[in-house]
Write a protein that binds this ligand. Structure first.
Ligand code: ZN
Length: 413
């Protein structure tokens, strides 16, 4: 991705500000002067920041403005106990609303729409982000928050909701409930805006079909405003993001090297205008790629795109120089008829070579399995570029876990 002159200028300004604020970044960027950052390459030498750094700055160590400029805080919870607090200025709140308003516009939402917001409100950024953007657009908002499905459906019917904002799992639950009650004909829904997380194509198709709506993936994270920093348009060619507010890079999660456009890796975000808590080279651990500029979107919008989020970098493995991750393997198996959703991958180092064995459960009889395995092998080679040893096993043969299922076992190290 090119770095525009305007972006470079804004980055230098951000560096000056965070250094003057004597917070976390002043320490991190010791010895760096804004005026020394003259090119994209200079910028790429700056250190990354991580969620753990933000946590260490708890409670307000990230702030880059005087106290009286902060109008709100949000917080993202971590599994380790100490939360991250992100302070927002009035301008940050306005900017976030503006970005989110653009997202609604990309999804074809208009001031005539009625937007039912089911993500949570509070310290978390989700609900209030959906709210601000819809209000700025001029649509009517219905700030439901999560839960109470009966009430959600009542309002949906009585107020004639046209746009549903939800997580994928709640959208699916609502879709099932709507079908169970047979009330789809009484609803006016036409669009769903779904917080981007890894959700399978199957689930997406099911929600779209059962609700009878067009779906849009919206991306964001609390550390960088919240949801509303990227969204797909009607052509569904990845998510457009706003490069006047944000600078995106894709890096190899293992080496930290910046990767060329089109290659899969970890998304790293630098904020260009954020006042309260600017971020410089923040590692999201989200796995995606930047869509190359020579693949323009048919919508004609002059904004770069990232792919949908394909997973978390923590789940990725590298084999024969190729990065693989569970979501991608699921996509490959989906193209092989007869395979179930249960699979496991074992990677070992045998005779100086990485050897990948993929077990998949199938209900197919013995005599059909050689053909199924052959197809698996072909699809892994053509879709990921990795040669595997396929093994079809009976349904129930692979161990089940109550907790998060481990799919990939790497025995090489
Ligand atoms: Zn587009």
């Amino acid at each position: 991705m090119r770095m525009k002159a305007e972006q470079l200028y804004q980055i230098r300004y951000q560096i000056e500000r965070v250094k003057a604020a004597h917070g976390f970044y002043a320490e991190r960027l010791k010895g760096v002067e804004a005026r020394d950052i003259k090119t994209k390459e200079d910028f790429e030498k700056l250190p990354f920041s991580e969620k753990a750094d933000l946590r260490d700055a708890y409670p307000l160590g990230l702030s880059a403005v005087p106290d009286e400029k902060i109008v709100r805080i949000h917080s993202s919870s971590g599994t380790t106990g100490t939360p991250v607090i992100i302070p927002y200025t009035q301008q940050d709140v306005l900017d976030w609303a503006e970005l989110f308003k653009r997202c609604y516009e990309f999804a074809g939402v208009t001031p005539m729409d009625r937007v039912q917001i089911t993500p949570g409100y509070g310290l978390w950024t989700a609900g209030i982000g959906f709210q601000l953007g819809a209000e700025r657009l001029g649509a009517m908002t219905i700030p439901m928050g999560p839960g109470n499905t009966a009430k959600q459906l009542k309002f949906m019917q009585d107020v004639n909701t046209t746009v549903l904002c939800a997580t994928s799992s709640y959208a699916l639950l609502l879709a099932e409930e709507i079908n169970k009650r047979g009330i789809r004909d009484k609803l006016s829904l036409r669009k769903g805006i779904i917080g981007s997380e890894r959700w399978g194509a199957k689930m997406r198709a099911r929600i779209a079909d059962e609700l009878g709506v067009e779906l849009y993936d919206i991306y964001g994270l609390t550390e960088v405003y919240g949801p509303g920093i990227a969204i797909n348009c009607e052509y569904n060619t990845g998510m457009h993001y706003f490069d006047d507010y944000l600078y995106f890079e894709i890096i190899d999660p293992k080496t930290g090297k910046v990767l060329p456009d089109g290659e899969l890796g970890e998304l790293v975000i630098t904020t260009l205008r954020k006042e309260g808590a600017p971020l410089i080279r923040y590692r999201t651990h989200d796995l995606t790629r930047i869509v190359p500029e020579d693949e323009p979107c048919p919508c004609g919008r002059d904004l770069p795109r990232i792919d949908v989020i394909l997973g978390r970098t923590d789940d990725m493995v590298k084999v024969h120089g190729v990065n693989m991750f569970p979501g991608q393997m699921e996509d490959v198996l989906k193209t092989v008829p007869g395979t179930s959703s249960e699979y496991q991958v074992f990677i070992d180092h045998v005779n100086n070579r990485d050897q990948v064995t993929v077990f998949v459960e199938t209900a197919e009889p013995e005599e059909n399995r050689p053909a199924l395995e052959k197809k698996m092998k072909e699809q892994f080679k053509s879709m990921i570029g990795v040669t595997i040893i396929p093994k079809a096993v009976n349904i129930g043969d692979l161990p089940r876990s109550e907790k998060k299922t481990t799919r990939v076992y790497d025995y090489r190290y």
